[in-house]
Design a protein around this ligand. Structure first.
Ligand code: SAM
Length: 261
């Protein structure tokens, strides 16, 4: 407990973003994590913008197609190997502890169809248990189809863990698997599939304690690293694309405000 005249301690760990493939993790001194959060490439190829208004100039099909029409989000998608990702997690999520309520886990954002492959493959790497997650937006990116059929407003993910239940800081409140997708109006938007920092902070608060390690092997904009650092966690990430890496460092991770606990 703090004495009333004592200032709260600043618990801030500078996030570490590495411009390399996560597969090269052994070259870096990355500690084992309590939580891996990964938004893996969805492998939707040249249809990446197919349900996104950016397919057209200014989001309006009357203006004709934009330069993004028929393009992939990342030319790195095809090189992404889900088995290498699982190997990474099996090595870098801390081993199962003796105590209950302390185990590490991973949260993987993925396409709806990828959930089943992830759940099956994870078993081969010791992550035998899962909880499916649905992230509910109050908007849809599929505006072009809005008058033709039901449009999607959800993102999907799976929480994967070994035998023991993961650390779970619910403060006595029920946590449901359909999670609101808070809009992030603060963080610079630098990545086509950028996740909102407030939502990532909520996940990090539930599954880790301050000073725990959080790793994002596909860091993109560095949103997970920002969220983790702002919550007093030690954050590590990998991002192969130089432009995302540079923007993440210059626009997202610089000048982070330490959280006072
Ligand atoms: C879906 S995006 C992640 C977006 C991120 N969640 C955000 O909020 O900004 C996936 C990212 O992983 C990167 N990537 C793909 N394969 C990778 C690998 N083997 N190692 C490191 N990064 C990789 C891609 O360049 C891309 O930026």
């Amino acid at each position: 407990m703090l004495e009333s005249n004592e200032k709260p301690q600043k618990l801030f760990h500078s996030p570490v973003l590495i411009n390399d493939h996560f597969q090269n993790f052994r070259s870096y001194n990355v500690p084992r994590a309590q939580l891996v959060i990964a938004d893996i490439p969805y492998n939707i190829g040249k249809n990446a913008y197919g349900s996104n208004p950016q397919w057209y100039v200014d989001g309006d099909n009357a203006n004709g197609q934009s330069e993004l029409a028929g393009k992939e989000f990342f030319d790195t998608d095809k090189d992404f190997k889900i088995t290498e990702f699982m190997h990474f997690c099996s090595k870098l999520i801390k081993p199962e502890p003796k105590e209950t309520g302390k185990a590490g886990c991973m949260i993987v954002f993925c396409a709806f169809e990828q959930q089943f492959q992830l759940i099956e493959l994870a078993k081969q790497y010791g992550f035998k248990n899962y909880i499916n997650l649905v992230f509910r937006k109050n908007f849809s990116a599929q505006v072009l189809k809005a008058n033709m059929r039901i449009v999607g407003n959800c993102e999907y993910g799976v929480l994967l863990y070994r035998d023991k239940l993961p650390k779970f800081n619910n403060n006595g409140k029920m946590v449901m698997n359909c999670i609101d997708w808070d809009r992030d109006t603060v963080t610079s938007k630098i990545h086509p599939t950028q996740k909102p920092v407030p939502m990532l902070e909520r996940l990090i608060d539930i599954f880790t304690d301050r000073d725990d390690v959080v790793i994002d092997p596909c860091a993109g904009s560095g949103s997970t690293l920002k969220a983790a650092a702002q919550r007093g966690r030690k954050a590590y990430g990998f991002e192969i694309k130089k432009n995302f890496y540079r923007d993440a460092i210059e626009k997202v991770l610089l000048n982070l405000q330490p959280t006072l606990f």
